[in-house]
Every structure is written in structure tokens, then in C-alpha cells.
Design a protein around this ligand. Structure first.
Ligand code: MRU
Length: 353
């Protein structure tokens, strides 16, 4: 069976000097876009989770640089480049773990270095940001095909957080693999962790899968051990916010626990991420900065207190899965089975220059 590839959702658009972001805090209740013309507001949108997911954060920041160039051109005084650099520093400070943010800003910096005027910078930055968006979707399609090919038909998959169209330019990383595997008749259904505290699984992954008519069952993270013991699940498939040079992988908090459970129950564990998520400058997982988010995100649900008054919370947004627990890292440039420093270095050497 081969169904058409389901791919209808686009969270980031740029038109006539304005950036439009689908406000992910409102989903699934309402699909509403916010409009941005100010780079500072874009940095705040990333920090406040209007847009989230490593590749989507990077692409959004790139369009934030486009808006900064336009603002600098309007100013007509002082150095356009100094003004854009201030905006880039604000964008860089929005969230610390997803390396795609810094990858995207570095790429934009190199584009700006070749520009002699604000006019040039406006045109060149827009072309670069749009290319980044288009390349991301193409990379996800490729990852989808490569990852799906690893999955033996007949069982379900389990995923964590949201790694779909909403977390990228479109189609998704881990959810892209799942979309491809579903279209190819390789998965029976999708189990999705609800993903406390932001409920990316319940609100976003389930929304995407329902839109695309892919059967999805949600579970509380605490149910994952029993699910994996049941034998229903062939693969756990997740995305990544940063992969260190040795293959250790930072992803949404709870991913590490899932990887341990998968190993214990003989279930394969796949990480799907573009090469822009691999940080060869970070030696291992211990060196990955992990974002700590406000305690209120755990103590409250949709603004309502759910914890005993006086209790405090520990709220790291990500954890690190050691490379040894990962069966395969799937990138748009190939699959690395049993990732380690050596196999990732080989992937790096084989990348197009
Ligand atoms: O805090 P979030 O929602 O930005 O975290 C997102 C994740 O952890 C994703 O799994 C990761 O960014 C990969 S998205 C393709």
C-alpha cells in the first residue's frame, strides 16, 4: 500500500515584509497566525513558545534577521550592520538548547558579511531565509524516506513531543518519518506521549495526525513502560534539539527515560534530525546547555494552579540520551546506525561542501 504523503501544515510564512507564525500556544483550540515586523517581537515569540521545535526556531530566527535588516534600512542613520547585530544577539538569547538557532544565525551572519549596504542585506537575507525554509522541507522529505525504510511493517510506533510540520518548515523530522512510514503501510498506528508540561504531544502531534487522518492514541508518559512491554511498538521515534559530536542527543525532557525503556524492552530507538542539528563543536552530551523553564509551567495548567500551594517545581525543558541507547540517527544525508564519534565523523566527512 502506498498512500499520498500527508503534508498540509505550514507554521511559518513570510509575505510582503511580514512574518506570519501559527501561534502554537493556541492549538488545538484555534489555528491563528500572528504577524511580526519587529525582530524583538520575533525573539519573544521564540522564547514564549509561539513557535517551537529546533528547525522551526532556526528558520524563524532567520526571518527575524530579515526583519532586522528592513528596520535598519528604515532607520537610515548609524551603521545598519551594528543595528542588525543587536537584533541577532537578542534572537540568539531566546532559547539555549536547540543548536539550529545558532546554526541559522551563523548562516545569516555569513550572508550579511558579504553585503555592503542595507539594501543589499535586505535582499540577500530574504533569499537566504526563504532558501533555509525550502531546504528544511526537502530535508524532511528525504529523512522521511530514509527513516521509513528502517521500519519493518506490522507494528505501531511511539513518539514524544512534537516533531512535525509545526516544529519545522513543514512535514517534520520524526513525525516526517512516521508520515512516510504510514503512507508506505509500515505502521499500524501512532502512540504519542502527551508531553508535560507544554503538552506538545496532546495538543500539537495529535492535531497534526488527526488532520492527516493517521490514527493516534495519546498516553501519559508514565504509561510508556507498560506500552513498550506489551510488544505493540516496534520503534520509538523522536527528534533532537542538539546532537553532540559523539552522538549524545538532547531532546524534550522524557526522551532519555524512553530510550532506557526501549532498550530494556528490546524496542528500537530512532532519532530523526537534519545535519544542522548536529553540533560537531560540542564534544558530548554533558556540554549541551539545557534550558530551565519557569516553575509555573509545571505548577499550573492553562493558567490554573494544579499543585499544592507552596510546592516548588523542577522544570528542565530537555534531557540528554546517551548515544549508546540510540539504534539509528536518521539525517537527510544518510542513516548512522549505532551512532558514536567515529560514525558521526564519517558522516561529516561525506557531507557536500
Ligand atoms: O520545547 P520545544 O517544544 O521546542 O521542544 C521540541 C523538541 O524537543 C523536539 O523534539 C525537537 O526540537 C525536534 S523538532 C523537529
Amino acid at each position: 500500500m502506498n498512500l499520498p504523503l500527508p503534508d498540509t501544515i505550514r507554521p511559518i510564512r513570510f509575505r510582503d515584509g511580514t512574518l506570519y507564525l501559527l501561534d502554537q500556544r493556541r492549538l488545538p483550540v484555534e489555528a491563528r497566525e500572528n504577524a511580526y515586523t519587529d525582530p524583538q517581537a520575533v525573539a519573544a515569540a521564540i522564547r514564549d513558545m509561539v513557535v517551537r521545535g529546533a528547525p522551526a526556531i532556526g528558520i524563524t530566527a532567520a526571518f527575524g534577521v530579515v526583519l532586522a535588516c528592513a528596520a535598519a534600512r528604515r532607520q537610515q542613520e548609524g551603521s545598519w550592520r551594528a543595528q542588525v547585530d543587536v537584533a541577532m544577539a537578542e534572537l540568539a538569547a531566546s532559547r539555549p538548547t536547540a543548536v539550529n538557532l545558532f546554526w541559522a544565525l551563523d548562516r545569516m551572519r555569513r550572508i550579511l558579511d558579504a553585503c555592503a549596504s542595507a539594501d543589499q542585506a535586505c535582499a540577500a537575507s530574504l533569499a537566504a531565509a526563504q532558501a533555509m525554509l525550502d531546504e528544511d522541507i526537502a530535508a524532511n522529505r528525504r529523512m522521511g524516506a530514509l527513516g521509513a525504510a528502517l521500519i519493518a511493517p506490522g507494528r505501531a510506533v511511539l513518539t514524544h513531543c512534537n516533531t512535525g510540520s509545526l516544529a519545522t518548515g513543514g512535514f517534520g523530522t520524526a513525525l516526517g518519518v512516521i508520515r512516510s512510514a504510514w503512507a508506505g503501510g509500515r505502521v499500524t498506528e501512532v502512540f504519542a506521549d502527551e508531553t508535560r508540561p507544554w503538552l506538545q504531544g496532546a495538543r500539537l502531534t495529535a492535531w497534526e495526525l488527526v488532520q492527516d487522518k493517521i490514527p493516534v492514541r495519546l498516553l501519559c508518559e508514565g504509561a510508556a513502560a507498560s506500552l513498550l512491554r506489551s510488544g505493540e511498538v516496534g520503534w520509538v521515534i523522536v527528534g533532537a534539539d542538539r546532537i553532540a559530536a559523539n552522538g549524545d542527543t538532547a531532546n524534550k525532557i522524557g526522551t532519555y527515560g524512553l530510550a532506557i525503556l526501549a532498550r530494556e524492552h528490546g524496542v528500537d530507538f530512532m532519532v530523526a534530525a537534519p545535519v544542522s542539528t548536529i553540533d560537531f563543536a560540542t564534544d558530548d552530551g554533558a556540554a549541551i546547555p539545557i534550558e530551565t523553564r519557569p516553575e509555573s509551567e509545571v505548577l499550573e495548567l492553562a493558567g490554573q494552579p494544579v499543585a499544592a500551594r507552596g510546592a516548588r517545581a523542577w522544570n528542565p525543558a530537555f534531557d540528554v540520551t546517551p548515544a549508546g541507547l540510540i539504534t539509528a540517527i536518521v539525517t537527510e544525508h544518510g542513516v548512522v546506525r549505532h551512532p558514536d564519534r567515529e560514525s558521526l565523523t564519517a558522516l561529516r566527512r561525506a557531507l557536500p561542501r
